[in-house]
Design a protein around this ligand. Sequence first.
Ligand SMILES: [Fe+2]
Length: 182
Amino acid sequence: MSDVLDKLTADHVHIARLLALFEEQVRIIHAGENPDASLLQDIMGFMTHYPDLIHHPLEDLVFEHVINHDKDARKSLQVLLNEHEEISRVGHELKVYVDSLETEALVRRDILDKLASDYLKTLRRHMRHEEEHAFPLARKLLDASEWDMIRAEFKVKDHEVFGKVLDEHYQTLYHSITGTSD
Ligand SMILES: [Fe+2]
């Protein structure tokens, strides 16, 4: 069992919880009422940083190692790698709308509603695909020495101390947004 996959799976649980909180607010917007704008901003602040800085780079590394082992997996894993970029792009677009909720009276709520629904659907499908297909493949194909390499490569790409501090910062931020300790 890989602690890297444990971390990625735990990240998914956290992201899913944030998406559920986000969805509650989308329902409020859909009903024509005022959402909790600061909660939406906090969630999108997290979602446009943590995955780009830590979660997706680590997954990218794992998937690249899997592709080296199993060329047949290239096509399906490449879809997931491309989706990391797409999720980042849509997330930043959504953040602009969420950030303008308090300052601009005429935020196009229909556009926000549509963008948010697409974002939630895409991200949930993406994580399910990773959990059902990519993570089991990585668990099956990669041995202990390869997991060591992934940890080492990740530390090179994202300096060990900085990466750890940054990760802790986002875990704390996550707990303060959700009001949870796990
Ligand atoms: Fe993921």
